[in-house]
Design a protein around this ligand. Structure first.
Ligand code: ADP
Ligand code: MG
Length: 269
């Protein structure tokens, strides 16, 4: 029986009185890339946080990864079960070499030393990371190299599902293409990829298997890559009017400095 890597049913999330996700349903098979696109404030980063198990949200509905219910599992338990998120702004870790980090991460996931060594060597070759293994994590790497490093790290850990929140933001066009290539490599390994993006640019290079449009905490439309083209042409208002949704019925959320840091927009602790 074919198993779905990730299945969301009626996923809701709120913070205090604010309902952010209002019932998200989706099904992501192994070896597919699904893009989630949506305007600012539609709940995309919240979806990532809720999937990876970040605290601070009241969550209901179901999230199944390969049939396993994730509700109540902590961030590290979900990672061990095979769900990884790439960071939008990878940090430098002075004094910790990338190779050593990967050995430790693999060990914490129960991968044997021998297997870890073999995977680190082969994935480093595949993603051109060999020169960086002895350097401190992310030290003096360009924006594109950092993203490539993130994908290399994920490939070593061979996750079931990866969540990428705006991995393309702030990258120049050549780097976007390079990151897209790395995402396609993960897909070809059979990993399921949930890719959140503002712009359709990266989707010219990673042809997504499906595109979902999120507006107001719901997936309002799903389709093939042509949906991204429609967005490129007419923006979200074109989608809203095709679906009979009010155009700008809700005020646009004010932008806040915290919106620039989608990995850690709010501090709960
Ligand atoms: P996106 O990533 O699509 O831009 P977010 O998921 O970051 O959107 O946010 C969706 C909405 O929920 C925004 O209006 C945001 O301000 C609000 N929001 C998200 N997290 C919190 C929180 N912890 N407390 C209050 N409001 C929040
Ligand atoms: Mg966001």
């Amino acid at each position: 029986m074919e198993r779905t890597a990730l299945r969301l049913e009626g996923l809701e999330a709120s913070v205090g009185d604010l309902e952010i996700l209002k019932g998200v349903d989706m099904s992501l098979p192994y070896g597919e890339v699904h893009a989630i696109m949506g305007p600012n404030g539609s709940g995309k980063s919240t979806l990532c946080h809720v999937l990876t198990g970040k605290s601070g949200y009241r969550v209901s509905g179901s999230v199944l990864m390969d049939g396993l219910a994730l509700a109540g599992m902590a961030v590290d338990e979900r990672a061990r079960a095979g769900l990884l998120q790439a960071f939008q702004y990878p940090v430098e870790v002075p004094g910790l070499g990338l190779g050593v980090l990967m050995e430790e991460a693999a060990d914490s996931l129960g991968i044997t030393e021998e297997e870890a060594g073999a995977r680190i060597a082969s994935e480093a070759r595949r993603f051109g990371m060999e020169p960086f293994l002895d350097r401190a994590v992310n030290r003096d790497l360009s924006g594109g190299e950092k993203k490539r490093s993130e994908i290399f790290q994920m490939a070593v850990l061979a996750p079931k599902v990866v969540v990428l929140d705006e991995i393309d933001s702030g990258l120049d066009i050549d780097t976007v293409r390079e990151v897209a290539q790395a995402v396609s490599e993960m897909r070809s390994d059979g990993t399921a990829v949930l890719m959140i993006t503002h712009y359709s640019r990266i989707l010219d290079y990673v042809k997504p298997d499906r595109v979902h449009i999120m507006i107001g905490g719901r997936i309002v439309d799903s389709g093939g890559p042509e949906l991204a083209d429609e967005l490129e042409e007419g923006g979200y208002d074109a989608v809203r009017s095709r679906l009979g949704l009010a155009v700008h019925a809700t005020p646009r959320p004010e932008s806040k400095v915290s919106d620039l840091f989608t990995d850690t927009p709010f501090d709960f602790d």
